[in-house]
Design a protein around this ligand. Structure first.
Ligand code: SAH
Length: 314
């Protein structure tokens, strides 16, 4: 089969938005090559050459996006099958993150050395290949802060990468939630591929799964297509929420931190620098003290700790 490579130069939030469109229309999702040319990030993806309809829908979606973000016209390049396989694999080399985490795509052989935490990840359709700086920073924080036996909530799990890492780093139980059914499917596949299905439960939904949203108190909420949590932990020692500043603020205001144990930690990523103060304010209002901060380019990751003196429980 012949393939088309589509690429768009975009940075920051625009790159995020382009990746989302690519993830919807292109095989295997988007890859972001940082500093490829002119110091800008380029987002690339691949689609079958003979699928004109898919290309048309992709171009249409990108055109709509260009009305919101200043992105250039997409560039298309025809590839032969062999080139595609090579191009694809080149974008997913073995990745070392933090001190011990190694992420590999399924097609690479790697015998883990002692102490290495190996995660096999098929990029699939969901965002979260470990290439994105926010995911990388969350992984580093997770590695530094997770203690054996912890109960973890991964809200907005995407490919499941943070949930799988938590399990492999020693968490006793991990609940991985996502509102996107495609992400849930991909996370479930990755959880099984990594043999951590005994530790990680993947569910479709968000706070209502924890029973936090009103009117969703029963054991099942089929009306919304979401499952509530009928077993497993309802409070957590650690949460990862790598979504977007606005979503994090909304989740905190809806009472997410009440599901954190006293002294529990929340690792919040996906925060564009300009929105950091809003997130800090929301975390502090909810009784969380900021105990860590990382930044890569304009992305910020914050660590909040639930104040031990707060007595409110969910
Ligand atoms: N945790 C992964 C993926 C982050 S992308 C990583 O660190 O790489 C963010 C994910 O959050 C997306 O898959 C999106 O579908 C999901 N999401 C967005 N809003 C959400 C919400 N309110 N509740 C749960 N998941 C949400």
């Amino acid at each position: 089969m012949r393939w088309l490579e589509v690429s768009v130069q975009a940075d920051g939030e625009a790159a995020e938005a382009v990746s989302k469109v690519f993830n919807r229309y292109c095989r295997g999702g988007a890859v972001v090559c940082i500093d490829c040319s002119l110091g800008l990030a380029t987002v690339k993806a691949y689609l079958p050459l003979d699928d004109g309809e898919r290309r048309r829908r992709l171009e249409e979606a990108l055109w709509h996006l260009s009305q919101i973000y200043p992105i250039p016209v997409p560039q298309f390049r025809e590839l032969a099958e062999g080139d595609w396989a090579a191009a694809w694999k080149e974008h997913y080399p073995l990745m070392r993150i933090g001190r011990h985490i190694v992420i590999k795509p399924p097609w690479l052989e790697h015998a883990p050395k002692s102490g290495e935490v190996l995660i096999e990840l098929d990029p699939g359709m969901a965002f979260g290949t470990g290439l994105h700086p926010t995911t990388r920073m969350c992984l580093v924080e997770l590695e530094g802060r997770l203690k054996a036996g912890m109960r973890v909530l991964d809200l907005g799990t995407g490919s499941g990468i943070l949930a799988i890492a938590a399990a492999k780093l020693g968490a006793a139980k991990v609940l991985a939630l996502d509102i996107d059914p495609i992400a849930v499917e991909s996370a479930q596949r990755n959880v099984i591929a990594n043999g951590v299905e005994g530790i990680v439960s993947v569910r479709c939904g968000s706070l209502e799964v924890l029973g936090l949203r009103s009117g969703v108190g029963g054991p099942r909420s089929e009306a919304q297509g979401h499952l509530t949590l009928d077993s497993g932990p309802r409070t957590f020692d650690l949460m990862t929420v790598n979504i977007l500043a606005e979503v994090i603020v909304a989740l905190i205001r809806e009472g997410l931190s009440a599901y954190l144990e006293r002294n529990g930690l929340i690792i919040a990523g996906g925060i564009i620098e300009t929105k950091e103060t809003e997130v800090v304010a929301a975390l502090e209002e909810a009784g969380l003290a900021i105990t860590g901060r990382r930044q890569e380019k304009d992305w910020v990751t914050l660590v909040g700790k639930r104040d031990a003196s707060l007595l409110c429980t969910p």
